[in-house]
Design a protein around this ligand. Structure first.
Ligand code: FES
Length: 400
């Protein structure tokens, strides 16, 4: 990103900007001048707050060991209210405080939307998914512990106006969790689409929720089919190898069909190439966010001469500023968290904009697949610090 921003504003655009800066003042004066006062709080605002609470304080009420490295955590609100309703496939961001440092990680909800009406969320964490956070949670979280959970977020859900009624899901590892939620929602009658899931694992023992999927396939009257694909084992009744274009074609009989993908970064890279040979319209391919990039040097276009460097990072925040040393291998967000600086985040993939910050000076590398900034933000020098990596000394301004 260039240090100097070259912004051309046409005269009409300038008038728009002036009008925009006066908008709040103008609206406030109109509201104050009105005879009738606004309804406060309005039903719309009450419902919005129920669906999008700033945070949900929940208690772990059960821990289920799925495999030696995978656990499901069952959560309930501490105050016995219901957690926010969600769309099957969405995620929540969990917050962890260790010493002075605060970490957040997004996890897909594996429970169904109906479960939230019964007061329950479940999330499933796999040890190797994102290193430190998942390992700490698996080793330490137990029944009775309190966890701060965000409102449900994300766009990885079935939308009848946009998606085909026939969805081919492709997943690997713990990327199966949003599909488990979707399968439950289909079986419970909350979602109306056909799901064929190609579920990749190394070996049979790595498959998660097989019994649950067997039950859901029966309950859904032919609307759910799960195909298990093993890369390191040849067994009867399982596909062998990787999820190739041929395999996708073999099990996607109806046309058009949508493809939903959720899994580790290497799986995205492989499946994206396979899909490119099938000429599926762009709008029918949906990818769940893959979270933080684990090895930035593996990302196309990263200037590798900056790897393993340390840069000065000046951070301006509401009410002060501080200076830290940032490792170039870490995103700016991770560097802040390691230094105990609170920075907002949810998706950690560059999409939600929750960590949007101003780049005052310096240069960053932005992960191309994680550049979810608006066009105006690109021009005005804002970055999403979860998908931006320092390649020089920097000064940034965190959101209030
Ligand atoms: S946390 Fe979502 S864009 Fe950074």
């Amino acid at each position: 990103m260039d240090k100097k921003l070259n912004i051309k504003i046409k005269p009409i655009g300038l008038l728009d900007i002036i009008a925009f800066t006066k908008m709040v003042k103008k609206r406030t004066s109109i509201i104050n001048a009105a005879n009738t006062k606004p309804i406060s709080p309005s039903n719309v605002n009450i419902n919005a707050l129920l669906l999008h609470p700033k945070k949900q304080i929940m208690k772990i009420v059960e821990v289920i060991a799925e495999t030696p490295k995978v656990k499901t955590f069952v959560l309930k609100m501490v105050n016995d209210t219901l957690p926010a309703f969600f769309r099957a496939g969405q995620y929540v961001s969990l917050k962890l405080k260790i010493g002075d440092s605060i970490f957040t990680r997004p996890y897909s909800l594996s429970s169904s939307p109906n479960d939230s009406k019964r007061g329950v969320y479940t999330i499933t964490i796999k040890g190797a998914d994102d290193g430190f956070f998942s390992k700490w949670a698996l080793d330490n979280w137990k029944e009775g512990d309190i966890v701060e959970v965000s409102s449900p977020e994300g766009n990885f859900y079935y939308e009848p106006l946009r998606d085909s009624k026939f969805v081919t899901g492709i997943c690997g590892g713990s990327g199966v969790t949003p599909f488990l939620s979707m399968a439950k929602a289909i079986a419970e009658g909350n979602e109306d689409f056909n799901l064929t899931l190609l579920y990749g694992s190394c070996k049979e023992c790595d498959i998660l929720f097989k019994n649950e999927f067997d039950r859901l396939e029966k309950a859904a009257n032919g609307k759910i089919k799960v195909v298990y694909v093993l890369s390191d084992e040849k067994l009867a009744n399982y596909e062998n190898g990787f999820i190739t274009a041929d395999l996708i074609k073999k099990y996607s009989k109806n046309s058009p069909y949508s493809v939903f993908i959720c899994g580790p970064q290497v799986m995205y890279n492989f499946v994206s190439k396979e899909l490119s040979t099938l000429n599926i319209p762009h709008k029918y391919i949906r990818r769940e966010l893959f979270g933080e990039v684990k090895r930035i040097e593996m990302v196309n276009g990263y200037p590798v001469e900056h790897l393993n460097k340390f840069y000065q990072l000046k951070v301006n925040y509401f009410g002060g500023n501080t200076q830290i040393i940032a490792n170039s291998n870490d995103s700016i967000l991770v560097s802040l968290e390691k230094s105990g600086i609170k920075a907002p985040s949810k998706c950690r993939s560059g999409e939600c904009g929750f960590c949007r910050s101003k780049l005052v000076s310096g240069n960053v590398f932005i992960v191309p697949d994680g550049d979810g900034r608006r066009a105006a933000d690109k021009k005005l020098g804002f970055i999403h610090i979860c998908s931006s990596y320092p390649i020089s000394d920097l000064e940034i301004e965190l959101p209030k």
